[in-house]
Design a binder for this molecule. Structure first.
Ligand code: FES
Length: 170
């Protein structure tokens, strides 16, 4: 495809790669990969325009892209912090103390679940099971790295490391 319908060449290329992985006529299977690539490129959140562009590029009604985006926890619709902390509060994590982890994070960061710190550093999210139940309680940073068997102390170590990392990258 040559017209990227407002998408960057990079996001369009990611979609192309995924379209090729599926049989003819199944291009919609590339929607999630396109959303992820576009979101990363846009600093961590999606806009209606981005989703419409993805739909136009793939050749789908925009509603089908919106449906996928609204289904997945990793899709964000407003600006988020540099580090998104997705804390699992599902059954195994809850039984192993995720509420204490949530309490600790909310106190230390001064925000509630779903909010972003004023300095734009952290966004807190509660999410459903991330398939690391055996090492509950756990959280995920920026939809990628998992941190498991959490305690308030290990959460502090993680936060301090992320803050130091952010400062060194400034
Ligand atoms: S219940 Fe938390 S990772 Fe499965």
């Amino acid at each position: 495809m040559s017209d990227t319908h407002g998408l960057s060449q990079s996001t369009a290329s990611v979609i192309d790669v995924w379209i090729k992985k599926f049989p003819e006529g199944k291009a919609r299977s590339a929607v999630l990969a396109g959303l992820k690539a576009a979101q990363d490129e846009n600093g961590g959140h999606l806009t209606n325009e981005i989703m419409e562009n993805i739909a136009a590029y793939i050749g789908l009604p925009a509603i089908e892209v919106f449906e996928v985006a609204s289904f997945y926890d990793m899709c964000e619709f407003k600006p988020i912090g540099r580090y998104k902390l997705s804390v699992c509060t599902n059954v195994s994590c809850m039984l192993c103390g995720s509420h204490a982890i949530v309490d600790h994070l909310e106190k230390r960061l001064g925000v509630k679940m779903g909010e972003t710190t004023q300095d734009g550093m952290f966004t807190l999210r509660d999410v459903e099971c991330l398939a690391a139940c055996i090492n509950a309680p756990m959280l995920q940073v920026n939809d990628r790295e998992l941190y498991e068997k959490l305690t308030p102390e290990s959460v502090d170590v993680l936060l301090d490391r992320l803050i130091a990392e952010a400062k060194s990258g400034e």
